[in-house]
Every structure is written in C-alpha cells, then in structure tokens.
Design a protein around this ligand. Structure first.
Ligand code: SF4
Ligand code: SF4
Ligand code: SF4
Length: 357
C-alpha cells in the first residue's frame, strides 16, 4: 500500500478500520530467525573510539558530512544518539575503576522488531538476510516505531514536513543485496576488527570462543543473543553492559510482546490521525487557492499541532504505563519476599521440632 493510497483509505474509511488488534501487533510466536541470516558482532574490548565506523557508514550511505570532522574525537566527550545524518555513533564511557570504554550504537536489527509490530502500515520488514528494512513509500509518519523501539533508535526527518520519513541503520541491505559491498560500510572501515560481519550463528560461536579463551577479558554474557528475543547485532564487553550504555532491564521477552502494553499506550497516536488528516486535506483541497509556500507552511503547522498534542498525550500515557510497570514489579517483589519469609519460617519451625525431639 503506497502512502497516497493509505491516506486515501484513511480519508474514505476512517483510521480505525486499518489499525491492528493488540494481539496481531504483539504476535504470539517466538521467531528464532531466518536460517543463515547475517549479523554483526561488536567487541567493545577491541574498540578504540576512532569513529572510522561512523565515517564508513556516512560514506556508503552518502550522508552529509558532520559539522565536526570524523577525525575530531572531542565529540566523544558528549553522549550522542543516532540521528538523520548519523545512522551510527560511537560513545565513550568512563569506567568507575578508571579508564574509558567505547561502544557503538545503531539499529540492533531485532529478530522480532518492535518497530515492525508497532507499525500499522507494515513499513518495517525483517529480511531473510537479517536486516530490518524500512519502506518510506508506505510510512505515514505516525512515529509508532520510535516509541516502540526499546533501543530508541529510529529518528525522524522533522525538517521535511511534506514527506517526512523515519531514519535508521539498514544493516547495509541496499548495498549488500546489490553486490556493491560484501559487508557493511562500518565493518569494512574498522581498523581494529572490533566489528565482524557474518552468519549470526557463527558470530555466536566466535563470541563464545572469545569469552572461553579470555575469561579475564570479557563479561560472560553475549548481549543480543537473547535480549528482547534476540538481535542481529551482538555485543561483547569487558565491563558490565550497563556501564557502556546498554539497557540491562529489557529481559528476553521479544520486543513485540514487551510492547503489547505500550502499544495500547501509543494507540492514541494514530487516533490523532483524523485530526491531522482533516488539517492536511482541508489544506490540499485549497491547493489552487494558496501559494505553494503557504501550503507547505500550513501543512507543517497542521503536523506540528498534531504532534504537539500527540507528545503531550503520550507523555501522560507513558507515565501511567510506567506506574503500571512499577506496580507489577512491586507486586512480584512483595510476593518473592513473602515466599522467602515463609520458607525461612518453615525451616526455623523444622529446626525447633528437631531440637525438641
Ligand atoms: S533496534 Fe529498534 S529500530 Fe532496530 S529493529 Fe529493533 S525495534 Fe526496530
Ligand atoms: S550496517 Fe550500514 S547502515 Fe548500519 S551502521 Fe553500519 S554502515 Fe551504517
Ligand atoms: S571503527 Fe572500529 S575501533 Fe573505531 S570506533 Fe568504530 S568500532 Fe571502534
């Protein structure tokens, strides 16, 4: 379904008819991954924070040169996130025991991508190659994917109000599938072999071998093997992952399942679409009457108003969802403590009986 057709459908039938049910969006079968699918192993113990991977990504994807050149490592003093002209960034993490460790971030290419399950026009596809690709021709800019992604990766071209799109690393799928390169631009540019491209199953073996051969170097954990149901990017580290900016609270539940409650939270985003469409279509109908520039400004204003409302509603809803989660955690902790107390009490009673006997 092309963006134009989708908008037509929305206008004709109303937004509710095309929204997925919560069950459809969440999915209920764990996906182990396509056989032979590829991924990348990042080894933080080898990374020197040279930013060559950023440069390789920038070059292969024809992105605009950054304000500060890639040779300027002072940018590492500030924590950065991916952005429209940077599908990947390297950050520096000072360690409590001294020294720094560098870590690269980009889309993790989840086995069961939350962005995909949250997207009601199916703009994201987990490819047999391992890449999670994005089709901007169907994207309606609702930003569901941005809210759903547990790694906060997708960014959005806010500066393009007419045809905005979501931006993220595509695992170099367009370049590899056409034979332009045999590995991602970032991998090819890394001078330290901190990045290895290959079949995910092989990468898991390589990682395990490294941990086994050098237990003094590595934390005994391969990040991404099981997190959120598994990801095609895998991480090795010599320090706890939360000390290199990785979330350790995600668990092994797949992204879509994890987001099933968040989806009900963000369901209000497409619910706002009629508001946006009313604005956009009202303006479009008057195409002949208003100058192109005025039209662009009016569309931008309609989008901004809708997004402002979405942001404020979403903030409130996310707060409610957070409280829900906290309540669940509290309940489980209380349950665990009660059970532990009960077990201790039973043990103590048993000992008393033995003493009395
Ligand atoms: S890391 Fe985020 S954007 Fe990338 S596949 Fe997973 S959910 Fe989607
Ligand atoms: S895989 Fe390709 S798109 Fe993704 S960070 Fe590396 S070079 Fe950039
Ligand atoms: S190119 Fe390699 S060593 Fe340099 S920052 Fe990127 S991952 Fe680290």
């Amino acid at each position: 379904m092309k963006r134009r057709n989708f908008l037509g459908l929305m206008g004709a039938a109303g937004v509710a008819t095309v929204l997925p049910t919560k069950a459809q969006a969440a999915g209920n079968v764990h996906f182990e991954g396509y056989p032979g699918s590829k991924g990348v192993l990042f080894d933080a113990t080898r990374c020197i924070g040279c930013r060559k991977c950023e440069e390789g990504c920038n070059e292969i994807n024809g992105l605009a040169k950054p304000e500060q050149p890639f040779s300027d490592l002072s940018v590492l003093d500030t924590k950065r996130r991916t952005e429209n002209e940077a599908y990947t960034v390297v950050n520096k993490y000072e360690q409590p025991e001294g020294g720094s460790v560098f870590s690269k971030i980009q889309c993790m290419h989840c086995m069961e991508p939350s962005c995909g399950s949250a997207c009601f026009v199916k703009a994201f596809t987990k490819q047999p190659s391992g890449a999670v690709t994005y089709d901007e021709s169907v994207c309606v800019g609702c930003r569901y994917c941005m809210v759903a992604c547990p790694f906060e990766i997708p960014t959005y071209t806010y500066n393009d109000p007419i045809t905005p799109k979501v931006i993220k690393c595509h695992l170099c799928e367009p370049h590899i599938s056409t034979g332009k390169v045999d590995a991602p631009g970032c991998v090819n540019k890394c001078p330290k072999e901190a990045l290895v491209y290959g079949e995910r199953d092989d990468l898991i073996k390589i990682a395990r071998n490294r941990i086994e051969a050098h237990p003094e170097l590595y934390v005994d954990h391969l990040y991404g093997e099981h997190e959120v149901g598994g990801t095609s990017w895998l991480y090795l580290s010599g320090t706890p992952f939360n000390q290199i900016g990785m979330r350790e609270d995600l668990g092994t539940t797949s992204g879509p399942e994890l987001n099933s409650s968040a989806l009900s939270v963000v369901a209000m985003v497409p619910a706002l679409w009629p508001l946006l469409l009313a604005g956009v279509y009202g303006i479009t109908k008057r195409t002949d009457k208003i100058a192109k520039k005025e039209k662009a400004e009016a569309v931008a204003q309609a989008i901004k108003e809708t997004q402002d409302k979405a942001n404020s509603d979403m903030k409130a809803a996310m707060e409610r969802a957070r409280n829900d989660k906290e309540a669940t955690v509290k309940r489980e902790v209380t349950k665990a403590v009660e059970e532990a107390l009960k077990a201790a009490e039973e043990e103590a009673n048993g000992e008393k009986e033995e003493e009395g006997a």
